[in-house]
Design a protein around this ligand. Sequence first.
Ligand SMILES: [Zn+2]
Length: 193
Amino acid sequence: MLFKLELIINKILLDLIPKTEKNVKKGNKIFGGIILDKKNYSTVVTGVNNELINPLFHGEISTINNFFKIKKKINPKDCIFISSHEPCSLCLSAITWSGFDNFIYLYPYEDTNLKFQIPHDLKILDQVFKVKKGQYNNNNYYWKSYSIIKEISKLSKKKQNFLNNKITIINEKYKELSELYQKNKKNNKIPLN
Ligand SMILES: [Zn+2]
């Protein structure tokens, strides 16, 4: 699948991050998702982590819940699923059960673990499923997954530079959001915080 990466990156920067910021200020994690129409890249829904209400309300789950609230039914196969961070085992399953045939994420598990100090994605895959180092099957019967960073690396040097400048801005935003979450997390009641 070929992606219009600039549009995807702009949606994260201009749409997802402001919504994420609101929920992080309440004490939620930094994760979120966007569902786009494959044809014209219009936003179908967004969603952000809301674990303070329910520990299952991960960014992707909130996004999927919003998607199935829409009155006019849209085929998930006509959509692109964007995730700020590589989806955890819960969200991998939720994306699968919901009928999406793809997802594309910005930060891989290693970043969630090291940069963002949230080790549970890798730990659950290892402890529950015996999947080492997050090596799930990323091209399977149900879907294919993509990394925004890897997709950028396939472009011309000029385009790479242009998009990586935007990624730098996004990285700074998520760094701030993460620091805010980490500072406040000792006070929250999220089981795996
Ligand atoms: Zn998740």
